[in-house]
Design a binder for this molecule. Structure first.
Ligand code: NAD
Ligand code: MG
Length: 400
């Protein structure tokens, strides 16, 4: 109600694309939400600006030198924000007793430890950081359950599925036949696969519909993003691999669908604006204004759909089929795939490997990796490191 005090929100990855959209939604509802903590990797100038605007109690930078720089800048501006650093700082602001909700919008496995901390502390966890769930798997879900946390999806597809499912999760297995994730197809949807050897990072990052961070933009271009999202859906909604499908929908209007036993399909639609799933995560089960424009059906041109290999080129998106393989393989395989892909994408962005070699690194890392099923955060982080080392060797070999 309007008499309750505002919810205290921690925004991890505040300087990124999702962080920026989250702060935009929060700023529209000052009586309802207050920024408790902000985090960023290295951008101290941008963080100073955000600290001035949102007056958080804590700010966290990835390293101590960046934290010290922000500390000095805050002091010079008369701001009383307490600046922490590193993983311990992220964990502290994610499980702090005064925090109600954590927006997890760090990119990559670096977000896993604070996500687990928020889960164990029983927070409302708004999950944009899909890699954390892909790496954490069952360990992550167990932490959510044991901590009594509320896990809400922020990825547009998963928010769409969540909005299209019945309220009671106990009914999902019975009523649902399958879930269908839509994919835009990215910038190379109809490119000749032979040309993918020579695409540049700039071309790969130029997404047709969404403006996003560089890593997820490259993932969208390889469709590795959809592979990670299938794994994410598997864990979030408990769907077995054969009950999940992917269809290309270039306009990104239908954000995903749920097909029920009776062949009825419920879809969620909207303009491609991440403030919609963010607002839903913040306000669930209520609805609040997001700042996004609604769809205007009168001026909508067409909505089209096509199979992933419609143009007869299964070799265009070879990363996507890897997902069915890892979901059938031993637990921990999704963490191996994620680590390989983070290394491969960073190497591509650094121009050390070609675009088409991202798949080669991912597939070879999966094939060569040997490990025991991870049981704890330490096991997961060790497996992540081990897989990165293997992927880095493969990158070095490709360059030689
Ligand atoms: P981004 O690159 O724009 O922002 C990433 C944020 O994380 C930045 O604030 C950065 O400072 C911080 N960060 C990066 N590495 C870090 C590290 N090692 N330690 C601490 N902080 C670190 O990325 P984004 O597009 O906002 O995506 C964030 C997450 O949300 C990703 O997991 C992505 O897959 C997911 N997601 C994004 C979108 C989107 O529209 N951008 C949509 C769905 C899901
Ligand atoms: Mg998505």
């Amino acid at each position: 109600s309007s008499f309750s005090s505002p919810q205290q929100i921690t925004v991890l990855g505040a300087t990124g694309s999702i962080g920026n959209s989250t702060l935009d939604v929060i700023a529209r509802h000052p009586g309802q939400f207050q920024v408790f903590a902000l985090s960023a990797a290295t951008q101290t100038d941008k963080m100073l600006e955000l600290c001035r605007r949102f007056s958080p109690r804590f700010a966290v930078m990835a390293s101590e030198p960046h934290a010290q720089a922000l500390r000095d800048a805050c002091k010079a501006h008369g701001l009383s924000v307490e600046v922490l650093s590193g993983e311990s700082g992220l964990v502290e602001v994610s499980r702090h007793p005064e925090v109600d909700a954590v927006m997890a919008a760090i990119v990559g496995a670096a977000g896993l430890a604070p996500c687990l901390a928020a889960a164990r502390a029983g927070k409302r966890l708004l999950l944009a950081n899909k890699e954390a769930l892909v790496v954490g798997g069952r360990v992550f879900l167990d932490a959510v359950q044991q901590g009594g946390a509320t896990l809400l999806p922020i990825d547009s597809e998963h928010s769409a599925i969540f909005q299209s499912l019945p309220d009671d999760p106990a009914t999902w297995q019975q009523r649902v036949e399958k879930i269908i994730l839509t994919a835009s197809g990215g910038p190379f949807r109809s490119a000749d696969p032979a040309t993918l050897k020579s695409v540049t990072p700039e071309q790969a990052c130029a997404h047709p519909n969404w403006s996003m961070g560089r890593k997820i933009s490259v993932d969208s271009a390889t469709m590795m993003n959809k592979a990670l999202e299938v794994i994410e859906a598997h864990y979030l909604f408990g769907m077995s691999p054969e009950r999940m499908g992917v269809v290309i929908h270039p306009q990104s209007i239908v954000h995903s669908m749920v097909q029920y036993r009776d062949a009825s399909i419920v879809a969620q639609m909207g303009t491609p604006d991440m403030r919609v799933p963010i607002a839903y995560g913040l306000s669930w089960p209520e609805r609040i204004e997001s700042g996004a424009a609604a769809l205007d059906f009168a001026s909508l041109s067409a909505m089209t759909f096509e199979a992933v290999d419609q143009h007869g080129h299964p070799e265009r998106f070879p990363c996507l089929p890897l997902v069915w393989q890892v979901l059938q393989a031993q637990p921990g395989s999704t963490a191996v795939l994620n680590a390989a892909n983070e290394v491969a994408v960073a190497s591509f962005l650094d121009r050390r490997i070609r675009f088409d070699q991202i798949y080669q690194v991912n597939a070879a890392t999966l094939e060569q990796s040997r490990f025991a099923a991870p049981q704890s955060l330490d096991d997961l982080l060790a497996l992540d490191q081990q897989s990165r080392a293997l992927a880095n060797e493969l990158v070095a070999r490709l360059q030689a």
